[in-house]
Design a protein around this ligand. Structure first.
Ligand code: GLU
Length: 423
């Protein structure tokens, strides 16, 4: 049976690269009817932090990357010690003070057939004796990693390309311990649009940042799965669907480029097809936190607003930008909108419109539209001449949903007030 693992070190947040590695392992496991292990590599007791571990687990859960088994290396120190001592007893490793090192014989080619990159060869002339246990009694990464991969019966080690040079060292450890060597696959790195490796400099790299920015987990997962893999010409596909198509052979050898615009576009597709009720559920805490709504908000009205904007936003946070004018009590028109209105000068038309809307019996789509169209007809002006300034006066924005839908969402009182105070 196929068994893979994702083995993050809790020395930082789960970042985009780590999430992509976890996702590819997860997809591979599911595609093969195998199992996925989550192993926290917290051997560096100083740099590992419980809050990072928690965040990694939360982000994995949020992304929907469930695990079949869970381990923490900090709970397995006695195992590593035991295996290191065994190697010393067998004469394969030696002590240097309190550290333990593996003897590496020179002049040997170590070969492995990488699942993604094909045959890779390293010569042991370039490999020093390997530290297995450090002098402080903690295991070196490669040693605890191999002991665990072997004991957990990992069949395929799929990880970032930055680990390629660790692989021959780890193969030597497998051999010394008499363990079966698993298959290895090294995923291409993820680059920023500037061609440099994705880093903090690039902006958000932590999954949790994307979460608070209002990306949906399905949207982010959909985007991440296409970073180095392609199912053909589909761009929008669910995780369940991707699993039926996933093949490690189709993973690219060349670096993948992280493209924020593409991620936003992908996320927008998911927002658009989400149920309005669930989008509303996701937005409520954000709106409360930002003071856009109070505890006694009108859910029905909020849902109508979400419905109006859901085809016009690529993240939940964008909803705040686009629809903010519907929430803020004291509306301050942006300078640009002010200038544009001043240049148009439709003050008289606004006052006329405000008066008629005030007199109208109802304030629904049909009524607002009729009032507006009648005025335009009476004045004999093209309706565009009044639509654009009206939208500016009501929303502060040149683009947005339909004008009458906007009026209804804003409500009678605020629509009239904004028209009257625009100049
Ligand atoms: N803890 C290592 C890391 O986070 C794991 C590498 C591996 O997958 O072997 O880079």
């Amino acid at each position: 049976m196929v068994k893979v693992r994702f083995a993050p070190s809790p020395t930082g947040y789960l970042h985009i690269g780590g999430a992509r590695t976890a996702l590819f392992n997860w997809m591979y496991a599911k595609a093969q009817g195998g199992q996925f292990v989550l192993r926290i590599e917290d051997t560096d007791l100083e740099r590992s932090k419980p809050e990072y571990e928690k965040e990694i687990l939360d982000s994995m859960t949020w992304l929907g990357l469930t695990w079949d088994e869970f381990y923490k290396q900090s709970e397995r120190f006695s195992l590593y010690k035991e295996y290191a001592e065994k190697l010393v007893a067998e004469g394969k490793a030696y002590r240097d003070g309190t550290a333990v090192l593996l003897t590496v014989a020179k002049g040997r080619d170590i070969k492995f057939d990488d699942l993604i990159r094909g045959l890779i060869v390293f010569n042991t002339d370039e490999i020093k004796d390997q530290v297995l246990m450090k002098s402080d009694g903690s295991p070196a990464y490669s040693f605890s990693c191999v002991v665990d991969d072997a004991l957990m019966e990992i069949t395929h080690v799929i990880r970032g390309e930055d680990h390629i040079s660790n692989t021959p060292k780890q193969i030597l450890i497998y051999e010394a311990m008499g363990f079966k060597v698993p298959k290895f696959g090294h995923l291409p790195l993820i680059m920023g649009t500037d061609g440099a490796r994705l880093s903090k400099r690039f902006g958000a790299v932590a999954v949790t940042d994307y979460r608070s920015e209002g990306f949906l987990p399905d949207g982010l997962v959909n985007y991440l799965m296409l970073l180095g893999w392609s199912p053909g010409n589909e761009e929008i596909l669910s995780l369940a669907n991707a699993v039926t198509k996933f093949s490690i052979k189709r993973v690219n050898k060349t670096a993948a480029q992280f493209n924020m615009e593409k991620l936003k576009w992908t996320n927008a597709q998911y927002i658009k097809k989400s149920a309005t009720e669930s989008l509303t559920d996701l937005l409520i805490p954000v709106l409360l936190e930002e003071g856009y709504i109070s505890a006694s908000f009108d859910r029905k009205w909020l849902e109508s607003v979400v419905q109006l904007f859901k085809a016009r936003m690529s993240t939940l946070r964008e909803f705040l930008e686009r629809a903010g004018f519907l929430f803020l009590k004291s509306f301050v028109m942006p300078q640009e909108a002010h200038e544009e209105l001043a240049a148009k000068n439709v003050k008289k038309e606004f006052l006329l419109l405000a008066g008629r809307l005030e007199e109208a019996q109802a304030f629904d789509l049909a009524t607002t539209e009729k009032v507006f169209r009648d005025i335009v007809a009476e004045l004999g002006i093209p309706s565009g001449d009044l639509v654009h300034p009206t939208r500016l006066a009501l929303t502060g924005n040149a683009v947005g949903p339909g004008l009458f839908e906007t009026m209804v969402a804003l409500g009678k009182e605020r629509t009239i007030e904004r028209l009257r105070t625009a100049y």
